[in-house]
Design a protein around this ligand. Sequence first.
Ligand code: 3HC
Length: 296
Amino acid sequence: MSIKKIGVLGAGLMGAGIAQVAAASGYEVTIVEVSDELIKKGLSGIEKSLAKFAEKGTITAEQKGAAMARLRGTTKLEELAGADIIIEAIIENLQIKRDTYAKLDALCKPDTIFASNTSSLSITEMMTATSAERQRRFIGMHFFNPVPLMKLVEVIRTILTDEDVYAEAVALAESFGKTVVRAGDKTGFIVNRLLVPFMLDAIRTLEEGLASIEDIDNGMKLGCNHPMGPLTLTDFVGLDTTYYIANIMFDEFKEKRFAPPPLLKRMVQAGLYGRKSGRGFYDYSDPKNPKPMKLA
Ligand code: 3HC
């Protein structure tokens, strides 16, 4: 495999997680963010996560140090010019992504692979911001939160993706210790295609008064051995993110099962985004002991 240098765009939860697994797998990683503060925040999150693995003995202190040493942060897009692959994990906004890809296309070497971590936008719509040659080298690599723990990467091909590029991306994800599933470029790919209607149905179940928040979650946790109940998971993913993805999926398929229920919309309007805002289906004032919210 020819990939050695990896560029990661965005040091949020997903970008930092991707940078972490890449550096821990031996790659040189350059992270690009819009400010020094965000770079610092991203790197400090990576440090903390690696420290957890070191405490548990999953990695040694030396391996932690070596992974940190392979990570660099910058605010200059130009520093990705020599990257073999760029994995983009910036805001889920098509126009911003297209503008960024157009800039990268002009400054990167001709064989740099472009990979988006988008969970819901069309890879095809992003890739058309780049040259015909780059479009053959454009794929999706969708990781799952928390990236260092979750074993899956969906690798997405468009109708124009080059076979060798696709194979390289699959091999790269596998070299991160992940299992790959392959999918075409339809909104939601495999996992969100199935997961989003499930989360929305859990919200509808609550909305129609069938059961309480805790009982819906316990039902799926204990009845199906899910690590988190669907409402806890929606809090974890973010209600704003779930609402955003559901709308894009509804727009793509025009099927009712993807339509966000009014309760989700109202909660987003009220600023109840889940864990990240401190309140969603649960109140996280005491993070170790979340309490179900009274939503009526
Ligand atoms: N780095 C290192 N260690 C971490 C970590 C991280 N980022 N996050 C958690 N851990 C550690 C914890 O410290 C803890 O260690 P301990 O056992 O020594 O205390 C251990 O992992 C387990 O964590 P917790 O005790 O907090 O909780 P859980 O046992 O419930 O595990 C979980 C956490 C792995 C997140 C588990 O609940 C889970 O698998 N949940 C489902 C997650 C999921 O479905 N993610 C996909 C979301 S969908 C998505 O991302 C797609 C998007 O497009 C919407």
